[in-house]
Write a new protein. Structure first.
Length: 354
């Protein structure tokens, strides 16, 4: 059912507004987004759609097509540790901004998998904030919405993420990649060449189990930034590079990853614009090595999947997203994708194509 009809049958009246946002996959540029570096995410074909109305009850009534029950929570309810937090956190932010006050009915339809590294949370928060801005008749921009959406994750959910996911789901459409410089939020939307196929495979290991480890890496980067006297660990000057020698080994390795990853990402954006698939793919492969060896964010299951993908014909393959499970992204010529995917899934029974 489409979300407008589903809203009507759940709440007994039509919604005021329906909005949507896609999931995202990061092609290259991992953990650079809170270190002032470059990222290159792309939109997934899968989307989250929301239909929404005011209800003036002081409550958020949330219904998802995936669950039977409608959940009721007060506006401003503190986080309670389940998926409805993303909706309540977004409504809370909209209320603080005075975009939408008094209570809300919201219906959610999604084919972005949860806990799979497809940024379902960023897409849901973004779609709700967009709806709230339209209802509140506020002049806003996708960049403003992305900043507010990130604040919901950082402040309400307590996930210290950067701004990549919120910018990607707010600014990229399917078939496009977003070359984003997180230092100043300047960006360029790039058409992915038609002959390139990025296929995403879930490893079967859920990512949400890993949020504590994401935070640990974030804190290591903060410690390294502090020791080197920078707020942009991805972009060190000569003196700071020399000073890396005095860092403890773990911080030196994390720094090396975010620095080299930034450079690879800038180069990868240029390779995509120049339709240079081989160069792009080899940067993806270097990125995986760095993410695995220097950032130490991969797992044996992921490394196996990446190696097999390369062995059976992917040009590039790497762990994508926050790390410690979740998905790999592979690059292959478009006409070879179906056979390749079938063979990879045949070898990895817990994996599935996103
Ligand atoms: C998660 C975070 C992003 C980014 C990536 C790693 O997806 O939400 O902000 O840090 O991990 O690149």
């Amino acid at each position: 059912m489409n979300p407008v009809n589903a809203f009507q049958s759940t709440f007994g009246q039509p919604p005021l507004i329906a909005t949507s946002a896609p999931g995202r996959v990061n092609l290259i540029g991992e953990h650079t987004d809170y270190n002032g570096g470059a990222v290159l995410p792309a939109a997934l074909q899968r989307r989250i759609e929301v239909a929404l109305s005011r209800n003036d009850s002081g409550q958020v009534a949330i219904k998802s097509s995936r669950f039977d029950d409608t959940v009721h929570r007060p506006v401003g309810d503190p986080k309670r540790g389940d998926w409805t937090d993303y909706a309540v956190g977004a409504i809370d932010k909209a209320a603080q901004l005075e975009w939408l006050t008094g209570g809300v009915n919201v219906y959610i339809e999604s084919d972005v998998p949860d806990g799979a590294g497809g940024s379902a949370s960023a897409a849901l928060i973004t779609a709700i904030l967009r709806a709230a801005a339209i209802i509140g008749q506020v002049a806003t921009t996708p960049v403003d919405i992305a900043k507010h959406a990130r604040a919901v994750e950082n402040d309400y959910i307590g996930m210290p993420c950067g701004i990549m996911d919120q910018m990607a789901v707010g600014l990229a459409d399917f078939g496009k990649a977003l070359a984003l410089d997180t230092r100043d939020l300047s960006y360029d939307v790039i058409d992915i060449p038609k002959e390139w196929e990025f296929a995403v495979f879930h490893s079967g290991v859920r990512r949400e189990l890993a949020d504590g480890r994401y935070k640990a890496r974030f804190e290591e980067c903060q410690a390294a930034s502090q020791a080197l006297g920078t707020s942009h660990l991805s972009r060190l000057d000569q003196d700071q590079v020399r000073a890396m020698a005095d860092l403890p080994e773990n911080l030196r390795k994390r720094t090396r990853h975010v620095m080299t990853e930034h450079k690879r990402t800038v180069e990868a954006s240029a390779a995509m614009k120049a339709n240079d698939l081989d160069r792009f793919a080899s940067l993806m492969n270097e990125s995986h090595r760095s993410y695995s060896q220097d950032f130490e964010a991969s797992t044996p299951v992921i490394d196996d999947l990446v190696n097999d993908a390369l062995n059976i014909g992917a040009k590039g393959a790497r762990l994508t997203g926050g790390g410690f499970g979740g998905c790999i992204v592979t690059l292959i010529e478009a006409n070879r994708i179906e056979d390749f995917a079938a063979e990879l899934l045949d070898r990895h029974e817990n994996a599935w194509r996103v």
